[in-house]
Design a protein around this ligand. Structure first.
Ligand code: PHE
Length: 448
């Protein structure tokens, strides 16, 4: 690995960074609500199977392309390509992923900004600043702009420092904090009335729903968003891993952490909703489904916290700090995609590239904030429902059809000398070539 472009200094550093990217609002907010509205444990079961059988192989394709290329997404794809047509295709896929990451960051930073302002609110209230506390949860335009900018500022601050001093160092600090906070909150919620009912709702499978197309689509979409696929992020993180590391195991470990944290988040959110219900908060929408989306995080849960009196202020603080940390370790990975591209392809110093790209994305975020009623949904749909599956599918096509089988094997063999005789090598090439692109394509087509 070239000294000038940096890289992860340890296996643990890579795992924390990649799991940090994967674990985000998608796990702590998206997964529990999807589970609740899709038949509880039936969804968890399907999610587990799809995460390991479809998302993991696609994830491996991106990591391998990156480690082989030892460069940003576009250069890595182009290194595999053998003629002009393939190089153009590589450019489209790599650059498409980078744009997708930037678009996701533009709306993700707004939501993360809300999480930050909601985490400061209990502190302001505790200190007696009632007016300021009300403003912090007011959803006003100024509050939105200030906190989006603050969150983006934090993201820029970390990425300016580079891979080892920025991404790795902060992921190693923030991820253990996140896991600790999550476990503490789960234990606390379990001591409250109503949590047992939530626990049952979360873990009682409605097996009849396992093969429902809607459930399958939601589970696969969730798995792809959660592993940050189709955004160039895992290509660039893959490019920072040393050649001596065993990618097959590392990828599986990251997938396992991602899935486990989503599962743990469900253990927190669903019982918390039933606790809120025991305290008189409405948790079901008119159609009988559990309330999800922003109403859950910004109405149901705050109502639960305020019903707890002063303890609730600390619980609210812990919960929203948890959300903010999860968002930050994901947002840094989104910014790294475009930054690494500009640094390596246009010979720009990292600090300058980070600030400029961060500010450009912030301008887009502010535009979204001003037109929140239609633009947030539009950009989110465009990037996560169209961009991510298409790019992820094309990455599989690239790895399965364009990359020579012998070259793929020699790349995987680095750090994993016996891989040729493993189950992984018997299944994965075939999977990436046929199953992954077809399954992603089918799900995408169906979701239209
Ligand atoms: N995986 C992150 C989450 O679950 C979101 C993300 C998407 C991060 C794309 C990076 C790239 O919230």
């Amino acid at each position: 690995m070239g000294v000038s472009r940096g890289g992860f200094s340890s296996r643990f550093g890579f795992i924390m960074a990649a799991a940090g990217s994967a674990v985000g609002l998608g796990n702590i907010w998206g997964f529990p609500t999807q589970t609740a509205s899709n038949g509880g444990a039936a969804f968890v079961l399907v999610y587990l199977v799809l995460a390991f059988c479809l998302a993991y192989p696609a994830f491996m394709a991106e990591l391998l392309i990156g480690r082989y290329g030892q460069a940003n997404a576009v250069s890595s794809m182009q290194k595999i390509a053998r003629n002009t047509g393939q190089k153009r295709f590589g450019f489209v896929v790599g650059f498409g992923g980078i744009i997708c990451a930037a678009l996701i960051l533009s709306f993700y930073s707004i939501i993360a900004g809300w999480m930050m302002s909601y985490s400061i609110e209990p502190l302001a209230r505790l200190a007696g600043f009632t007016g300021e506390a009300d403003w912090l949860i007011s959803h006003s335009l100024t509050r939105n702009i200030i906190f989006t900018a603050l969150f983006m500022g934090l993201t820029i601050f970390i990425i300016r420092r580079g891979v080892e001093e920025g991404i790795e160092k902060w992921s190693k600090r923030l991820m253990p904090m996140l896991i600790g906070l999550l476990i503490l909150l789960i234990i606390y919620v379990f001591t409250l009335d109503g949590s047992r009912e939530g626990f049952n709702a979360y873990l009682n499978p409605d097996i009849s729903r396992v093969f429902e197309p809607d459930l399958l689509i939601s589970a696969l979409g969730q798995a792809f968003f959660s592993l940050s696929l189709g955004t160039s992020v895992m290509i660039i993180y893959g490019s920072y891993i040393a050649k001596k590391e065993n990618l097959v195991t590392l990828g599986a470990q990251v997938t396992l952490i991602d899935v486990s944290i989503a599962f743990l988040a469900g253990l927190l959110i669903i019982p918390a909703m039933y606790v809120a219900q025991a305290q008189g908060v409405a948790i079901f929408a008119e159609d009988g489904s559990l309330i999800s989306g922003s109403n859950l995080v910004f109405t149901v849960l705050p109502a639960l916290f305020s019903g707890m009196g002063n303890v609730g202020l600390f619980v609210a603080f812990g919960f929203f700090v948890l959300m903010s940390i999860a968002a930050l370790t994901s947002s840094i990975s989104m910014l790294e995609g475009p930054v690494s591209f500009v640094v390596e392809r246009h010979d720009t110093p990292r600090e300058k590239a980070t600030t400029l790209i961060g500010l450009a994305i912030l301008v887009l975020s502010i535009l979204i904030v001003i037109n929140l009623d239609w633009m947030l949904d539009f950009v989110a749909t465009l990037s996560t429902q169209y961009g991510q599956p298409i790019i992820a599918m094309l990455c599989c096509v690239f790895a399965g059809w364009i990359w020579h089988r012998s070259d793929v094997l020699s790349e995987i063999k680095q750090g994993n000398i016996d891989v040729e005789h493993s189950l992984f090598w018997k299944v994965w090439p075939w999977y990436t070539k046929f199953i992954c692109p077809t399954a992603i394509g089918l799900v995408f087509w169906h979701s239209l």
